[in-house]
Design a protein around this ligand. Structure first.
Ligand code: SDX
Length: 437
C-alpha cells in the first residue's frame, strides 16, 4: 500500500552562495506523496524564478481527486484503489465519485444516472458541424471541433460562478460525449447516426450508438459490455497529466467549460499521451513478427531514431501501470468471448516479455502503460484504430471536468501564467529593410 508521508520538515533553507543570503521556504504535506516546497513567494524574496520545462518536479495545484504512487504502481480515486473500482464499480458511479468525492448511495446514484441519461441527446444542429469535415477526417479532429462547438449551444449554463450551472455543464458533458464520439465514428463510416436509448445503461448505450445500424440492432454481449465499462473506469482520471493540465490552464482564464474540455481533447490526441493506444497497434503492425522484435528494441534505444516503444514508459509510473494489468485481463476475456485469436496479442505479449528483460528498459523503469493492451481489446470489439483515442477522451471527460470543477471551487482562482528563462537576442535597434544584408 502507498507509504504514509513521514512528518514534514517545516521549512527548507535556500542559500545564495554568492551573497550568503538565506531564505526559509515553507514545506507543505499532503495525505500521501512527496512533500512540496511552497515557492509562491520565491520570486518576491529572491528575484529568481524556478525552471522546470516539462514539470518533472513541479506541483501545479492541490487536488483531492486522484493519487498515483508511481514507485508502487498504485492509482486511487478519492482513496479508492483503481483495481477495486474496475472490479466492482460502474463508470457512472466512478463519475459521481470523481465529481462529488464520495461513492453515491442508492438514491444519489439513481438520481445521477437519471440526470445523465436524460442529457445524452445533442442539439440537432450539431449534426451540420460534422458535415463540414471530410469523411476521412481523424475522429479526434472531429471531436476537437464538435466539443468546442458545444460551447455555442448551451447558453443557459454560461455562468461558471454558479455551482448549479457548473453541475449542469459537467453532467451535459459526461452525458453527451459518448453520443458525439459515436457520431464521429458513424460519420467516418458513412453510416447514419444512432440516437441514444434511455432503456440502456451508459456503456450499453455507447456501444449501441457505435455499432447498431438501422438494419440491425447491435447485440450486447455481457463480457464485451463489462470490458467497455472497465476501459471507461480505467481511463477516467490520472492526476495532472498533460491533457488535464491543459484543461486546468484553459479554465484558469475562466473560459467556457465545454471549450476547456475541447482543449483537453486536443492535448490528449498526441501519441505521447492518449494517442499512444492507436500508435501501439500501428507499431505492432510495423514490427509484424516476433522475429523482428530485437531490431525494433534496438531502434527504441537509439536516440537518433524517432522510434519509441509505444505503450511503454510513463512520467510517473516506475512500476507496472496498474491499469495495464487490468487491461490485459480484459483482453484475454474479450478475445475468448469473441473467439478471436489475435496474432497482435501474441506479438504484444512477446514484446512485453523481451522488453521487460532488457537492461535498457529495466534501468529506465519502463513498463507497459495503460495504452499497451487497450488497442487490442478495442480492435477486437470492432472499433477502428483511429477511434481508440476518442474512447480515451470519452472516459477522461469526467476527469477533466472534475478537475475543472475542483479548480473553480477554490476560494480564489488565479490565471495560470508560467514565466520563462529568456535566451533570445539582446536589445537591438530596428534596421530598415534597405539596410539589411
Ligand atoms: C498516457 O501522464 C499521464 O498520466 C498520462 C496517462 C494518463 O492516464 O493521462 O497515463 C496516459 O499518456 C500514457 C503514456 C502513453 N505514451 C506512450 O506510451 C508513448 C511512449 N512513451 C514515451 O513517449 C514516454 O515514456 C512518455 C512520454 C510516456 C514519458 O516520457 P518522460 O516521462 O518524459 O520520460 P523520458 O522521455 O524522459 O524517458 C526517460 C528515458 C529516456 O531515455 P534516456 O534519455 O534516459 O536515455 O526513457 C526513455 C527515454 O528515451 N524512454 C523510452 C520510452 N519511454 C521513455 N525509450 C523507448 N521507448 C519508450 N517508450
Amino acid at each position: 500500500m502507498t507509504k504514509e508521508t513521514p512528518a514534514p520538515e517545516k521549512t527548507f533553507t535556500l542559500k545564495n552562495d554568492q551573497t550568503g543570503e538565506e531564505w526559509q521556504l515553507p514545506v507543505v504535506e499532503g495525505t500521501y506523496g512527496p512533500h512540496c516546497i511552497d515557492i509562491r513567494k520565491l520570486y518576491g524574496q529572491t528575484g529568481h524564478f524556478t525552471l522546470d520545462p516539462s514539470f518533472t518536479a513541479t506541483g501545479s495545484c492541490k487536488s483531492k481527486i486522484t493519487y498515483i504512487d508511481g514507485d508502487e504502481g498504485v492509482l486511487m480515486h478519492r482513496g479508492y484503489d483503481i483495481k477495486e473500482l474496475a472490479a466492482d464499480s460502474t463508470y457512472l458511479e466512478t463519475c459521481y465519485l470523481l465529481l462529488y468525492g464520495e461513492l453515491p448511495n442508492k438514491k444519489e446514484l439513481k438520481e445521477f444516472t437519471a440526470h445523465i441519461t436524460n442529457h445524452t441527446m445533442v442539439h440537432e444542429q450539431i449534426k451540420s458541424i460534422y458535415q463540414g469535415f471530410r469523411r476521412d477526417a481523424h475522429p479526434m479532429a472531429i471531436m476537437c471541433g464538435v466539443v468546442g462547438a458545444m460551447s455555442a449551444f448551451y447558453h443557459d449554463s454560461l455562468d461558471i460562478w454558479d455551482p448549479e450551472q457548473r453541475r449542469i455543464s459537467a453532467h451535459r458533458l459526461i452525458a453527451k460525449i459518448p453520443t458525439l464520439a459515436a457520431m464521429a465514428m458513424k460519420y467516418s463510416k458513412g453510416q447514419p447516426y444512432v440516437y441514444p436509448r434511455n432503456d440502456l445503461n451508459y456503456t450499453e448505450n455507447f456501444l449501441h450508438m457505435c455499432f447498431s445500424v438501422p438494419a440491425e440492432e447491435y447485440k450486447l454481449r455481457p463480457p464485451v459490455v463489462k470490458a467497455m465499462e472497465r476501459i471507461l473506469i480505467l481511463h477516467a482520471d490520472h492526476e495532472q497529466n498533460a491533457s488535464t493540465s491543459t484543461v486546468r490552464l484553459a479554465g484558469s482564464s475562466l473560459a467556457n467549460p465545454m471549450a476547456c474540455i475541447a482543449s483537453g481533447i486536443t492535448s490528449l490526441w498526441g501519441p505521447s499521451h492518449g494517442g499512444a493506444n492507436q500508435a501501439v497497434l500501428e507499431m505492432l503492425d510495423q514490427i509484424g513478427h516476433k522475429d523482428n522484435i530485437p531490431e525494433f528494441l534496438e531502434r527504441a534505444k537509439d536516440k537518433s531514431d524517432p522510434f519509441k516503444l509505444m505503450g511503454f514508459g510513463h512520467r510517473v509510473y516506475k512500476n507496472f501501470d496498474p491499469r495495464a494489468a487490468v487491461m490485459k485481463e480484459s483482453c484475454d476475456e474479450v478475445l475468448a468471448e469473441l473467439g478471436i485469436d489475435d496474432p497482435q496479442l501474441e506479438l504484444a505479449m512477446e514484446l512485453e516479455k523481451i522488453a521487460l528483460n532488457d537492461p535498457y528498459f529495466i534501468d529506465r523503469k519502463l513498463f507497459p502503460n495503460v495504452d499497451f493492451y487497450s488497442g487490442i481489446i478495442l480492435k477486437a470489439m470492432g472499433f477502428p484504430t483511429e477511434m481508440f483515442t476518442v474512447l480515451f477522451a470519452v472516459s477522461r471527460t469526467v476527469g477533466w471536468i472534475s478537475q475543472w470543477k475542483e479548480m473553480m471551487e477554490e476560494p480564489s482562482i488565479k490565471i495560470g501564467r508560467p514565466r520563462q528563462l529568456y535566451t533570445g537576442a539582446p536589445s537591438r535597434p530596428y534596421v530598415p529593410i534597405e539596410k539589411r544584408k
